[in-house]
Design a protein around this ligand. Structure first.
Ligand code: NAD
Ligand code: TYD
Length: 350
């Protein structure tokens, strides 16, 4: 069946990879990218698809009820893949309300728009919510997050994503909407906004700037290459069972300090610096408030049920990522001037 899929947040980091995959792999689908173009949204991320005949961009805010209604009608939307969100934990600590507005209110607004537009045949349409493993909280005594792990969000960001997950399930239970949710671990790769650990370090190493490591650098994250997340989203969208949750992860846990050291070593090689040069930039700074100790995903369900698994080893993915950033200095320069510099000075120099 021909589909007209609304992908929200398509100008962001993960969304742009999802859009590219869908536009290129499914020429019979119409792909509508709805994005408010906040500081994190960048149409340059979509250069590869901007001229494609099955791709359209709509600048809109998911908080805007009238705009959503008009876009559903204009494009006869058949399915939604919802990625639009405020996504940075540090920003959620300084401005939690912005996260409630987009991640909670915006998601409910989008659910309402979909429910209203599909009201005559709700069960023919899918609302897919893309979420995070951070909803499960912080692991302190070993173990892994399973789909059955109780929600225990610890930051304003994860609390807002947990809330939006709950609303999606509530709409399935109450109104019979066809929904699916996936909760993924930390992504990295091309187009990653340089407020997050990996691109921030790549950018700072290149510019000989301090590498701010929170606390002792002992916090652990599970990292997944962004294109593997996009492949997983494709898999869940097409094969996932209605009403289910799928955890997505890289089977790839790293302490922050070890990642920063790996980036330093790789960048020394690529920039022709003596071994050990960039490590001198490592600077331990005040810890993040309420910093979650460890995230670790058990991605067995999606692997066994749907046959998805990561395609890249971490070191391979990191090479691709560093090479991309070094080859796309213009992209980085444009992003890191202006508002980014203001954010950076305020966050790291206070
Ligand atoms: P991002 O911050 O790079 O991009 C978010 C996009 O959403 C931007 O293009 C922005 O303009 C848009 N947006 C923000 N507010 C909006 C609004 N009110 N209306 C319309 N558009 C709006 O985020 P990302 O890292 O690409 O994450 C995408 C999704 O995946 C989010 O829902 C996030 O919670 C989830 N996720 C991210 C990660 C990760 O490691 N980055 C991991 C798991 C899940
Ligand atoms: P981040 O990329 O912000 O993702 P998340 O908080 O969603 O996991 O941070 C990854 C880890 O790196 C996290 O433990 C916080 C840490 N971190 C630093 O040590 N320094 C930094 O400057 C940033 C941005 C993050």
């Amino acid at each position: 069946m021909s589909k007209s899929i609304l992908i929200t947040g398509g100008a962001g980091f993960i969304g742009s990879h999802v859009i590219q995959l869908f536009v290129e792999k499914y020429p019979a689908y119409t792909i509508v990218n709805l994005d408010a173009l906040t500081y994190a949204g960048n149409l340059e991320n979509l250069k590869a698809v901007e001229g494609a005949s099955n791709y359209t961009f709509e600048k809109a805010d998911i908080q805007d009820e009238a705009a959503l209604k008009a876009i559903f009608e204009k494009h006869s939307i058949t399915d939604v893949i919802h990625l639009a969100a405020e996504s940075h934990v540090d920003r959620s600590i300084t401005d939690p309300l912005a996260f409630v507005k987009t991640n909670v209110f915006g998601t409910v607004n989008l659910l309402n728009a979909a429910k209203e537009f599909w009201k005559d045949n709700l069960s023919d349409h899918l609302f897919y919510h893309v979420s995070t493993d951070e909803v499960y909280g912080s692991l302190h005594d070993g173990g892994f997050f399973l789909e059955t792990t109780a929600y225990d969000p610890q930051s304003p960001y994860s609390a807002s994503k947990a809330s939006s997950d709950h609303f999606v399930r509530a709409y399935a239970n109450t109104y019979g909407m066809k929904t699916v949710i996936s909760n993924c671990s930390n992504n990295y790769g091309p187009n990653h906004f340089p407020e997050k650990l990996i691109p921030l370090c790549i950018h700072n190493i290149k510019n000989n700037k301090p590498l701010p490591v929170y606390g002792k650098g002992e916090n652990v994250r599970d990292w997944l290459f962004v294109k593997d997340h996009a492949r997983a989203i494709d898999t869940v969208f097409h094969q996932g069972r209605t009403g289910e949750t799928y955890n997505i992860g890289g089977f790839n846990e790293w302490k922050n300090i070890d990642i920063v050291k790996l980036l330093c070593a790789k960048m020394d090689e690529k920039l022709g610096r003596d071994a050990g040069t960039s490590e001198k930039l490592i600077t331990y700074v005040k810890d993040r408030a309420g910093h979650d100790l460890r995230y670790a995903i058990d991605a067995t369900k999606i692997q066994k049920e749907l046959g998805w698994e990561p395609s890249l080893q971490f070191e391979e993915g990191i090479e691709i990522t560093i090479d991309w950033f070094l080859a796309n200095q213009d992209w980085l320069d444009r992003i890191t001037s202006g508002a980014y510099q203001e954010y950076y000075d305020k966050h790291y120099n206070n």
